[in-house]
Design a protein around this ligand. Structure first.
Ligand code: ZN
Length: 149
């Protein structure tokens, strides 16, 4: 499993836009935590592994906690504030992102790319919110030509 800064930001955006419930975000984070515990995760950028873990997965794991029935610990405002402070306005992110030379997947059509590995050439679907892709067949990590920052 590939866990990126962009993936975490996408989940926050979906919660704030009410495209994803808190319970769905909790389930996603739980799955991500299990994969991380089993060391099945590649973090990108690598130097943000701790941040993705702490301010991403662990925060999202608790996002469905309720103080009382139907009253969440964190209000939507709290989530917005946390997201902005920790992810959007955090200077340490962009300054620390390592530039890694990486192949780019081949752009096929809207939401479709082909693996850049010549001995694989798997065609798979992508979202333009993902900067990095992991080929579902050969697991090669590559850049998404359709990524829109
Ligand atoms: Zn591949």
């Amino acid at each position: 499993m590939l866990l990126t800064k962009e993936k975490i930001e996408t989940i926050f955006k979906k919660i704030l836009n009410k495209e994803m419930s808190r319970e769905e975000a909790n389930r996603w984070a739980y799955g991500a935590k299990c994969e991380a515990d089993n060391r099945n995760v590649i973090f990108l950028p690598k130097n943000l592994e701790d941040k993705i873990h702490k301010d991403g997965i662990m925060y999202l794991l608790a996002v469905d906690h309720q103080m009382y029935k139907n009253v969440y610990d964190e209000s939507m405002k709290d989530i917005q504030k946390f997201y902005e402070e920790k992810w959007l306005n955090s200077n340490d992110i962009d300054n620390q992102v390592e530039t890694v030379a990486m192949d780019v997947a081949i752009d096929i059509d809207d939401n479709w790319v082909q693996c850049s590995n010549k001995s694989c050439e798997e065609v798979f679907t992508v979202s333009n919110q993902e900067k990095y892709l992991e080929c579902p067949k050969c697991l090669k990590i590559q850049l998404n030509p359709q990524y829109l920052p």
